[in-house]
Design a protein around this ligand. Structure first.
Ligand code: LLP
Length: 415
């Protein structure tokens, strides 16, 4: 459920017509719904009510500080993967004790910043990283809480680019190496092994891969326990999918039910790192049709958003529903919706049924709240889009459109 709906054929974000937003802020603009963010967070969080748990929203999905603040106010922790995400989370007021730090390439500086912030736990992904965490913690006279990320070798049956828990992936440690890692961690003076971590991929539309991974991780947990290493946190990562088109992913309540069934008698605090399921359908990208062009084989809608704004179609062939901001009931035709970037992969939709849209009309790409703005770039020296947050009838600009000076500013400071 989200709060983008048509009323008399006009698209509304909560109580605000999207036409008003684009008239005021221009295009392309990301428009988010506060009520949808809150609702998705509550639905997810309450699904685990019967277990000790912490929902650590995955910042990479949508990292706007105002969104992080909104979620932190609801009690969310965060999952971060870089010093930049740590910086954002702290600025947004997320307490250090609600931050988990994932990712294969944490630098000594990032580890140091995270230790100083007193984060809950590092999800370490290699033995070398474990040594680096120990060394940095020793230098600072601190003890680092650590989980090792297990690669359970489970096929999440999603797009290969976003599968992370298979043997061939760069993520995590196979179980035998992880056992060595836990022994190392136990013997380190400045590291304390407190958890086990696992994340197998993103946009999963069935529960089976999660449960298969969980079974393997619980087997591993028992082996650790037999070795006298008892952890208290189990981090199962993110990955629950959403509906972009016709997918029917399980509801968070079903996910919660299945995990609760397996974990209810264990002395573990469950951590989850949902990103897309919280933010994906809480945002749209609004843009304007500039031109139409008919060639002997195609019709193109040329629009003012491009792959630098929303790269998912170009990168993964992802589907985003695209509709008019004001519906006129015209007959449909088959078009490609393309941006102005000089690459043939620059498309938002291909061979899509659309009404006969005219230049000047506004369109919206749905399900753009996750991995939209965060994956955007300035390619072709295009300014990144504005971001607007709606709350009931209130509209707030939460990131202004970049200026050309923003684009060149770091170059003006060169020596
Ligand atoms: N935790 C870890 C360690 C992750 O690597 C990810 C996502 C998440 C949590 C959040 O996963 P989610 O709940 O959002 O599925 N750019 C791609 C998605 C990449 C996901 C990367 N890791 C896309 O646009 O589909």
């Amino acid at each position: 459920m989200n709060h983008f709906e048509y009323r008399n054929d006009r698209l509304f974000a909560e109580d605000v017509p999207v036409e008003e937003i684009v008239a005021r802020f221009g295009t392309p603009t990301y428009v988010y719904s506060s009520a949808t963010f809150r609702r998705h967070f509550e639905a997810f969080d309450s699904a685990f009510a019967r277990l000790p748990h912490m929902v650590c929203y995955s910042v990479k999905a949508n990292s706007n500080i105002h969104i992080l603040r909104l979620l932190a106010e609801k009690g969310a922790g965060v999952d971060i993967v870089s010093g930049g995400e740590l910086y954002r989370a702290l600025k947004a007021g997320v307490p250090g004790g609600r931050i988990v730090f994932s990712g294969v390439a944490k630098t000594a500086d990032e580890i140091e910043d995270a230790l100083k912030a007193g984060i809950l736990m590092f999800n370490a992904e290699s033995l070398d990283e474990l040594k680096a965490i120990d060394a940095t913690a020793a230098r600072l006279g601190k003890k680092a809480r650590v989980a090792l990320r297990i690669n359970p070798d489970v096929d999440p049956k999603t797009h290969p680019y976003i599968s992370t828990g298979m043997k061939k992936n760069k993520f995590g440690l196979d179980m035998e190496t992880a056992l060595v890692g836990y022994e190392m961690a136990r013997d380190m003076t400045n590291v304390e092994p407190v958890g086990i971590d696992c994340h197998i991929g993103s946009q999963l539309t069935t529960l089976e891969p999660f449960l298969e991974a969980l079974d393997k991780v619980l087997g591993f947990y028992r082996r650790l326990k037999d070795m006298g290493i008892e952890v208290t946190y189990l981090d199962l990562g993110g990955g629950l999918g959403i509906t972009y088109n016709e997918e029917e992913p399980p509801h968070p309540s079903a996910f919660g039910e299945a995990l609760t069934e397996r974990l209810k008698d264990l002395p573990l605090t469950l951590i989850l790192e949902p990103g897309r399921v919280i933010s994906g359908n809480a945002g749209i990208l609004a843009f304007r049709t500039l031109y139409t062009k008919t060639t002997p084989v195609k019709k193109f809608l040329i629009v003012d958003a491009a792959m630098n704004d929303l790269v998912r179609p170009s990168l993964y062939g992802s589907y985003h529903r695209i509709e008019e901001v004001a519906k006129m009931g015209r007959p449909v035709e088959i078009v490609d919706i393309v941006g102005g970037i000089c690459e043939s992969t620059d498309f938002l939709a291909r061979d899509r049924e659309m009404p006969a849209v005219e230049p000047g009309e506004y369109l919206a790409a749905f399900s753009a709240g996750a991995y939209g703005m965060t994956m955007s770039s300035q390619y072709n020296s295009r300014r990144r889009a504005a971001e607007v947050l709606v709350d009931g009838a209130k509209v707030r600009l939460i990131r202004r459109r970049e200026t050309y000076d923003d684009i060149i500013a770091p170059e003006m400071e060169s020596e």
